[in-house]
Design a binder for this molecule. Structure first.
Ligand SMILES: [Zn+2]
Length: 200
């Protein structure tokens, strides 16, 4: 087959040189409600790839991006106490068009210190934010429901941050239930730029 980025012959949809050139993640940071949010790409860098989201190719692309970013993050994730385990919860991981984008990202976190939980946090509002303004989003807030789980500390996972309102509502919901959000992870932040790079 051909690489979808450079059109050279490749054994996968994106050839290894293009993966290295375009998909090597960085780490960007931003705070929402005093909670640290880490993202791996600037939205503009991977925008064209994310447009494939609602196709079979999108499934492959999300899996690849998840491995490169969330997977790598989880493998290097170390906690001070060896027996400490964080739960990771994806925002609204009900499958749409055959699979859930946030579930794919969340699955890639599975590791010694991260227990991946599924179908915990659901948006019951029925409203789609895609392409909508901040005013619309403020007028139509998320209505999250949270299923019970045992872990106290958790990681929240989403695919793209735009206004931050979704993470903000999710953090509030989780905290109302007496849980602690250690940090949030997303694939890309629409607002991130080079100055946001770094860990702490
Ligand atoms: Zn290529």
């Amino acid at each position: 087959m051909k690489c979808i980025l450079c059109e050279r012959f490749s054994l996968s949809h994106i050839c290894t040189p293009c993966q290295e050139k375009f998909l090597t993640p960085s780490l960007y940071k931003r705070k929402i409600n005093n909670t640290q949010v880490y993202t791996f790409y600037q939205y503009s860098e991977i925008k064209d790839l994310l447009y494939t989201k609602h196709s079979d190719l999108g499934y492959y692309i999300y899996r690849l991006l998840a491995q490169k970013s969330f997977g790598e993050f989880a493998r290097s994730f170390a906690l001070e106490r060896e027996d400490e385990i964080f739960a990771s919860i994806a925002i609204d991981d009900a499958p749409k068009s055959g699979y859930s984008h946030t579930a794919i990202l969340n699955e890639a976190l599975k590791s010694d210190h991260i227990k991946v939980l599924r179908n915990i946090l659901r948006d019951e509002s029925g409203v789609s934010y895609a392409g909508k303004s901040k005013a619309f989003r403020l007028l139509n807030p998320r209505k999250f429901s949270l299923k019970p789980f045992a872990h106290k500390e958790l990681i929240l996972v989403d695919d793209i941050i735009t206004t931050g309102l979704t993470f903000s509502a999710a953090i509030k919901k989780v905290e109302q239930e007496g849980k602690e959000v250690a940090f949030c992870l997303a694939l890309a932040d629409v607002r991130s730029n080079k100055n946001d790079k770094g860990y702490k």
